[in-house]
Design a protein around this ligand. Sequence first.
Ligand code: NAD
Ligand code: DAU
Length: 339
Amino acid sequence: MTKILVTGGAGFIGSNFVRLLLERGGTEVVNLDALTYAGNLENLSEIEGEPGYTFVRGDIRDVGAMDAVFAAHRPEVVVHFAAESHVDRSVLDATEFVQTNVVGTQVLLDVSRRHGVGRFVHVSTDEVYGSLGPTGRFTEDSPLQPNSPYSASKTASDLLVRAAYHTHGQDVVTTRCSNNYGPYQFPEKLIPLMIANALEGKELPVYGDGKNVRDWIHVRDHCEAVAEVMARGRSGEVYNIGGDSERENLHVVREILRLAGRGEELIRYVKDRPGHDRRYAIDPTRMRDELGWRPKETFESGLEATFGWYVAQREWWERVRSGAYRDYYERQYGGRADA
Ligand code: NAD
Ligand code: DAU
């Protein structure tokens, strides 16, 4: 049994990854998460108490706490998802982004080295490459040109991971994925926000002209790709992960309105995001040729399934929107989740 410590396992992608590992078996999973506003243990309530799964509440910025967690659990592998992840929040205030994404990543690298962790998988983003024009795709060799405080902090963390490989010989590997969607995504991101608003008959706020392009991937495909990289990725390498599904934001919004049986009068064009990247597109050739990975879900079927999930799990996102999900931690573990 390999012992894997997953940071940020109570978030959107992390909770889907923890579920994937437990479904596959053969690993023990320690889920380490600070439970910020984005961390929700209700995402994993059905696996609470399962053998081979442990939740530990902890902040990756806290060196002493991380030393204690690594000493107690002795992980062999770290898969690092924990981050402040929302671009708009980083525009309002970048402080937490630098603290968690940059400082927290360095703390984890240092603690991993001190405690003899084997592999360190760093989960990053295509946003480190900046914005594309109408043609071309990001390869692993594209220049790093982040444009938002969020993507700048992720780029800094990628470079710290690179330095750990070159300076200390740590076994690190970095993934850079495009936009995820699927179950348990916090309804501040485009797809769950638009689904929830459409279901409630509220306006759908589209930034700028709505013609920005994102390359969508179902979260399950992303998690399977991270598992491949964890198992077989080359040490010191970067792997781009994408779903081959470029879509304009307006197209996505219209599809959601169609699924919800609502009209376009709900679309509301609002002030653009400052520094809004125009287009992202991933070239996933390395993932395909080296690791044999391919996305399984098409955007159309994945969006429909995700829409169905949000219809069926209305209570989940209503509790997220109302903040009631935070009570779960108190009931389950007897303490308060942070703001
Ligand atoms: P999320 O915001 O849903 O979850 C982040 C998790 O990290 C939460 O559970 C939160 O409690 C935890 N966390 C935050 N600060 C912490 C700290 N200081 N200590 C411990 N835990 C902390 O994010 P997500 O969308 O699931 O993204 C996960 C990772 O994947 C991030 O690193 C993000 O940059 C990357 N990524 C996301 C996408 C996407 O489309 N969502 C795409 C590519 C890469
Ligand atoms: O590309 C990977 C990145 O994808 C991840 O690294 C980030 O963690 C993740 O949040 C996501 O970033 P984006 O900024 O692309 O995602 P977001 O869902 O915030 O926005 C998607 C697009 O939709 C973007 O062009 C902005 C637009 N948008 C977003 C919101 C929330 C709107 O038009 N209206 C909105 O209300």
